[in-house]
Design a protein around this ligand. Structure first.
Ligand code: OXD
Ligand code: MN
Length: 558
């Protein structure tokens, strides 16, 4: 992109959207405070009496989750979007979007948000500019990304991902603004991977609207990563130090609302072990000069699921949230604090708590924030975990035999659905690499890209599958999870005393109900996987078909 495109793009968007005013964000604290105060005055935010500089708000009930059915990948060729994405012809979609955005910001301020995903001085970071008519988005982007004069200056000179967002509710003079403007009937979350553009219309919530997160750092970045030879993943990154003081880094992929934030901030129940948090949702991973896999967290904050977060399940998140936080769709108490399921009972509630209610907060407030998260080169990853919510079949933990076998674990990932996306709850759905809603290109090519990455790595991380959610025949969870998960990480740190099984190496020191391999369940799993993988046609890599055949053969023997 040519220098100065920043200004000419803003001018063209202003002409298209016809806002009343334009504000270029400087990312300062004063700017945050001013916009928050304006929103409080307008009745759109409630200042919390119990938490300094913290706010509560409630979205429209039609706008509470990511909307996968309104999300599009508009690559030039449909085959580049693949069977797991909704594809639309880019030219047709541009016509639709131009019509929707035409005059859509009337009566509103257009905010220009220059942001950086990743440490500002890192060669692995990416610039983005989100143009939005939502002050709520501006406040969230302040917490979730790196902003400021240096980023703004670079956006004037260097290429950046262009994100255009509108709540889709223009205002005629004198027309009152709803508390949470949105336009669900015309909602479109659109990605143009080739031109690195995002156009999002009609929703003001989370991943639909905070374009740095899922739209940029996963969908667009995954397509960039394929082209440039790295990985953009839906993974937390944690540092783990053993009692002898040796530190390693682990990356872990779980579908939305499966406890990534809790694992990333784990408070170990075993003395002597220490966990530090690099990131709770997204990892960008590169092959370093040393042939190891290095990861940065492109985000600067957490947009975490509130219900279930408590001093018992995640004390570090609770400490992170004592000030400077935004709470969306949690309950509000009469004494001016927030509440959600899992917190001590609170009888006097105003508004109910949505299962996908969220907190937004800067990562730096986390008491176990790992200062290595600011390293421009990132942190070296020695293990990768894939986990889902599975009542049966998948053991507490198993280790793959090779990189390709580990890629097979990732491709095989499935999980019971949660409230993070609109749709039915608790249904088992395939979610390869926890990237089903976030992969910006053909999932078959993505599997292939993972296999290719393995060849580039001199010392590839070991790959594991984990499952905290196995249940007994009478429907009770077999594993306590949370702080006890350190026992699983301890084994991942040093996988001693392993037993080889048909599906992978499994530790011997856990109760067999947690780790046994049920052949009938696995034969069923294989049938299901064969059906699912057929979706990818000739783009399904031969190496993964070979892994499936090898697994079948091993199940006959063991
Ligand atoms: C998230 C999600 O918000 O995965 O992180 O839905
Ligand atoms: Mn996520």
């Amino acid at each position: 992109m040519k220098p100065n495109d920043f200004h000419s793009w803003i001018d063209s968007v202003r002409t298209l959207c016809r806002p009343d005013a334009v504000h270029v964000c400087d990312g300062s604290r004063a700017e945050f405070d001013r916009i928050a105060a304006e929103m409080v005055r307008a009745g759109k935010l409630t200042a919390l009496r119990q938490r300094p500089r913290s706010f509560w708000c409630q979205s429209d009930p039609e706008d509470v989750a990511r909307v996968e059915e309104d999300t599009y990948i508009c690559s030039i060729h449909p085959d580049d979007a693949g069977p797991t994405n909704q594809w639309k012809d880019p030219e047709e979609m541009r016509t639709v979007m131009h019509r929707l955005f035409s005059g859509c910001m009337q009566g509103r301020t257009m905010y220009i948000i220059p942001y950086c995903m990743g440490p500002v001085r890192s060669e692995h970071s990416q610039l983005g500019v989100e143009i939005t008519d939502s002050p709520y988005v501006v406040l969230n982007m302040h917490l979730m990304t790196r902003m400021g004069p240096e980023v703004l200056a670079r956006c004037e000179q260097e290429p950046f991902v262009r994100g255009l967002h509108s709540v889709g509710v223009p205002l005629q003079p004198g027309q009152p603004d709803p508390a949470w403007p949105c336009n669900p009937k015309h909602r479109h979350i659109v990605h143009f991977p080739e031109t690195r553009e995002i156009w999002s219309f009609g929703s003001g919530y989370g991943g639909n609207a905070l374009l740095g997160k899922k739209c940029h750092a996963l969908r667009i970045a995954s397509a960039v990563a394929r082209d440039e030879g790295w990985l953009a993943e839906h993974m937390l990154i944690l540092g783990i130090t053993n009692p002898a003081g040796k530190k390693k880094y682990i990356a872990a992929a779980f579908p939305s609302a499966c406890g990534k934030t809790n694992l990333a901030m784990l408070q170990p129940s075993v003395p002597g072990w220490k966990i530090e948090c690099v990131g709770d949702d997204i990892a960008w991973m590169h092959v370093g000069a040393d042939g190891q896999l290095w990861a940065i967290n492109p985000e600067a904050g957490y947009f975490g699921v509130a219900p279930g977060t408590s001093m018992q399940t995640n004390p570090n998140a609770m400490k992170t949230l004592t000030h400077d936080a935004i709470f969306t769709n949690t309950a509000l108490t009469q004494d001016g604090d927030i509440w959600w399921d899992g917190l001590p009972p609170q009888p006097l509630k105003i508004a109910s708590c949505h299962p996908n209610s969220r907190f937004t907060v800067s990562a730096k407030q986390c008491p176990i924030y790992d200062s290595a998260a600011e390293n421009p080169q990132g942190v070296p990853i020695s293990a990768i975990l894939f986990g889902g919510r599975r009542n049966t079949t998948i053991p507490l933990v198993m280790e793959s035999f090779s990189w390709a076998h580990g890629v097979f674990y990732g491709a095989s990932l499935s999980s019971e659905t949660t409230a993070a996306a609109k749709g039915e709850l608790g249904k088992l759905r395939h979610d390869p690499f926890a990237m089903l809603p976030f992969c910006g290109y053909h999932m078959g090519d993505y599997f292939d890209h993972w296999l290719w990455m393995g060849q580039k790595l001199v010392k590839p991380p070991r790959i594991y599958a984990v499952n905290w959610f196995r249940k007994s025949a009478d429907g009770k969870y077999l594993w306590p999870g949370f702080g006890e998960n350190i026992r699983v990480l301890e084994w991942v740190f040093e996988p001693t005393n392993a037993q080889k099984t048909a599906v992978g190496n499994v530790p011997q020191h856990f109760d067999s109900a947690l780790t046994n391999i049920d052949h009938a369940e696995w034969m069923h799993e294989i049938e299901e996987l064969e059906r699912y993988f057929a979706l990818f046609g000739n783009k399904f890599p031969k190496e993964l078909s070979a892994e499936l055949q090898a697994l079948k053969a091993r199940l006959m023997v063991y």
